[in-house]
Write a protein that binds this ligand. Structure first.
Ligand SMILES: Cc1cc2nc3c(=O)[nH]c(=O)nc-3n(C[C@H](O)[C@H](O)[C@H](O)COP(=O)(O)O)c2cc1C
Length: 246
């Protein structure tokens, strides 16, 4: 076992949804993005664009697009992480090459790289004393996001990120036991006893966090979250943007 400040910081992660008014210096914003860019990139294609959105009227639209999550409008710093295949298409075009597009693999690479970069940004932000939360809710109304941010084809906003100085301490959300997540040699089905223990742990966490109003177990949470259609309009949206057509 090692005990160092990086791992300590990672284990302290909690999503922050309430922020003080304190602004974040632009030099720090740029440093966070640089830390994000230092992440690995599949075949070094660097297919992420981050849009910093400050104008209140644009924030308002993004808040609406995200299912009216208030912190999207009010947080000190809001970043939108985009999978961007356009830039490389432009680079190819300047060399007289018509970059083939629409491959599912390209969309996966761009999504994976963007998520990896974003987590570096969040971790860097947390190391600088900030807190934040991802906003997948932007995918509720992808067309509104595209229009608000003037996204061209080959660019898709995958998620946002609210950042700022924390005005809350919601507490650590217990994760699945490591042995449920880390399998040795071959895939193992979930053991019921492990699940039951974790269900109890998460239920106790919610009871404490909500002062008795909720006692949701992980099984209940999963059933509630996944037993419905998941943004079924996304495939056609992605295809309209020129992604995942083949
Ligand atoms: C890609 C992604 C999208 C998310 N979208 C939202 C969101 O739209 N709104 C929100 O309040 N939290 C969002 N979250 C935060 C998760 O709810 C949170 O990470 C999870 O409940 C675990 O809690 P913790 O981060 O405090 O440990 C998102 C997280 C990820 C990774």
């Amino acid at each position: 076992m090692v005990n160092n400040s990086v791992i300590e910081l990672m284990l302290k992660h909690q999503s922050i949804r309430k922020f003080t008014q304190q602004t974040i210096p632009q030099a720090l914003v740029e440093q966070l993005i640089q830390a994000g860019q230092a992440a690995s990139s599949s075949s070094f294609v660097q297919v992420t664009t981050v849009i910093q959105v400050s104008r209140p009227e644009l924030r308002e639209k993004l808040q609406t697009a995200s299912g009216n999550q208030a912190y999207v409008g009010s947080c000190p710093l809001f970043l939108v992480f985009c999978a961007d295949l356009k830039r490389n298409q432009q680079i190819c075009a300047a060399r007289g090459v018509d970059m083939p597009t629409g491959f599912t693999e390209q969309a996966l690479i761009a999504s994976i790289d963007t998520a990896i970069m974003a987590q570096n940004v969040l971790l860097a932000a947390e190391s600088a004393g900030l807190g934040g939360v991802y906003i997948g809710g932007l995918r509720n109304q992808p067309e509104l996001v595209s229009e608000t941010l003037n996204l061209p084809d080959q660019v898709v906003a995958l998620f946002g990120m609210c950042l700022g100085y924390a005005a809350q301490d919601p507490g650590l959300k217990p994760r699945l036991p490591t042995k449920v997540v880390l399998h040795q040699e071959q895939y193992q089905p979930l053991a019921q006893t492990e699940l039951e223990q974790y269900d109890q742990l998460l239920s106790a966490y919610y009871t404490q966090r909500t002062m008795g109003k909720l006692n949701t177990s992980f099984s209940e949470h999963i059933e509630k979250t996944l037993n419905k259609e998941a943004r079924p309009y996304l495939l056609s949206y992605l295809q309209r943007q020129g992604l995942m057509t083949r």
